[in-house]
Write a new protein. Structure first.
Length: 175
């Protein structure tokens, strides 16, 4: 299995202080590599994605390894729908995914003192390739502004290597 993203690995210590009664949400999880790292550390993880194929693979891994977690097949981009409902999460992880209309619901779905760890591409990433659609690219300073009223633990915007890409990152704790 591919290793989890560096941003998550660099902030693993933050998860020890989270409310263990609430799950962690790995949003638009793809292969689930980030959530699986946390499940391996004993955290209950909800793996959310639109792809049934990706989720079946995660289900199999959870079953075979006896890891805590479950999958949730969901279309996160239904107009006017809050896919989270009234559910709360101790943390939400988002990597390489952007759907701006989801931000208010995402912010609300994080429990008090919970975390968001978010990394995705910025408009400057066009220099390096995909994605090219501006709907999937953050504007300069946009991610930091979205969480400026939270306790920002880490914020970065710029070039990352191997592979080259321009991203915005934030690790923030909800008040």
């Amino acid at each position: 299995m591919p290793k989890a993203d560096d941003l998550l690995q660099d902030h693993l210590e933050l998860f020890s202080g989270l409310d263990r009664l609430l799950p962690i949400l790995d949003l638009a999880c793809g292969t689930g590599r980030n959530g699986l790292l946390l499940a391996e550390r004993g955290h209950e993880v909800v793996f959310a994605d639109k792809s049934a194929t990706a989720l079946e693979s995660i289900d199999e891994r959870l079953r075979k390894s006896g890891l805590p977690g479950r999958t949730w097949q969901v279309d996160l981009e239904q107009p006017g729908v809050n896919p989270f409902g009234k559910y709360k999460y101790s943390a939400i992880l988002v990597f390489r995914y952007l759907h701006r209309p989801l931000f208010p619901a995402l912010r609300d779905a994080v429990a008090s003192e919970g975390l968001v760890i978010y990394e995705t591409f910025t408009t400057r990433n066009i220099e390096f390739g995909r994605p090219r659609n501006p709907d999937f690219l953050l504007h300069p300073g946009e991610l930091g502004l979205l969480f400026s009223d939270w306790g920002v633990i880490h914020e970065f915007e710029g070039l990352q290597k191997n592979p080259d890409r321009v991203v915005a990152q934030i690790v923030a704790q909800k008040p």
